[in-house]
Design a protein around this ligand. Structure first.
Ligand SMILES: [Zn+2]
Length: 291
């Protein structure tokens, strides 16, 4: 393999890859391991992955239980060149990390301001590996922080066009808790968790019990919700079952024709901030921002 002299960086998910690319620019060679609509929760290594991981100088992954496929998680937990950027946020800002039952919610990227806290650990690791690029990385990190702060305000502005009594969200799995706290809730709202429900848990598993269905139907009824939002990397079976059970009970329910990006940003040429804007605009349109 030809050596480019660049820092070889591997990230698990594209949401980390995009930020790393913006900081590292042309001083790095980037490889994103979990491509397209693959589910990062259950991803297991395939042929060639071992070599990709070996070849990397630096590895960035989310951690907090996200990449829990046995082969990959073993690799990540035993590698000295791997940094868990989500776990770094857990150490620096533990009060911002959400839980569901006994589990930590790993979907930190769904809150842009929170996700921008991964910029520092990524930048520090790049500088440690490539000190000559210090000024370059630092300047790009500052610029990226500004862009993300602006996008954070923009996304909140889009969602807040929807009146608060309509800002209730049902998606396939529990990927949108951080999103709900940051963008659907009113400022300082204590019961913000009430604004989000999903039939599948923190990791989509396709297992839907009659209790889950009844819980979601009750939720739809009590908040007057009529739209269910599918996610790109999760099967629509659960959403379909709930829609048909709801209709049998006489509820007016439809499935959003557009797809949200929760775990995977697999749209054509989609970057992280565009993924978040897409989610915001889709949700705002369907919840009735312009009724
Ligand atoms: Zn997820």
């Amino acid at each position: 393999m030809e050596e480019s002299g660049k820092v070889k960086v591997l990230t698990t998910i594209a949401q980390i890859g995009d930020l790393t690319d913006r900081i590292g620019g042309d001083r790095i060679d980037l490889c994103i391991l979990i491509q397209g609509a693959l589910d990062p929760h259950s991803y297991e290594m395939v042929k060639g992955d071992d070599e990709r991981l070996q070849r990397a100088d630096l590895i960035f992954y989310n951690g907090l239980g996200l990449e829990h496929g046995a082969s990959l998680s073993t690799w990540l937990h035993t590698s000295e060149k791997a940094t868990a950027v989500g776990e770094r946020i857990l150490s620096s800002s533990p009060e911002k990390i959400l839980r569901k039952g006994d589990s930590i919610d790993p979907h930190l990227w769904m809150d842009i301001a929170l996700w921008s806290e991964t910029i520092d650990p990524i930048t520090e690791a790049l500088i440690e590996r490539d000190p000559e690029g210090t000024a370059y990385y630092q300047a790009r990190a500052v610029q990226l922080k500004e862009q993300m702060a602006e996008a954070d305000r923009e996304v909140r502005g889009i969602l807040h066009q929807v009146p608060p009594e309509k800002r209730y969200l049902v998606t396939s799995h529990d990927a949108f808790q951080y999103f709900t706290r940051s963008y659907l809730a009113q400022e300082g709202e204590e019961n913000w968790r009430e604004r989000f429900e999903a039939p599948e848990g923190l990791a989509p598993d396709g297992q839907l019990s009659p209790v889950d269905i009844r819980r979601i139907i009750h939720y739809l009824k009590s908040h007057g919700i009529s739209t269910l939002f599918p996610e790109s990397n999760v099967s629509r079976d659960s959403i379909r079952k709930i829609a048909s059970a709801g209709r049998e009970m006489g509820l007016k329910i439809h499935i959003c024709e557009e797809t949200l990006y929760g775990d995977a940003m697999d749209g054509e040429n989609l970057c992280y901030l565009d993924m978040m804007r897409h989610n915001a605009e889709t949700i705002a349109n369907y919840l009735g921002a312009h009724d």
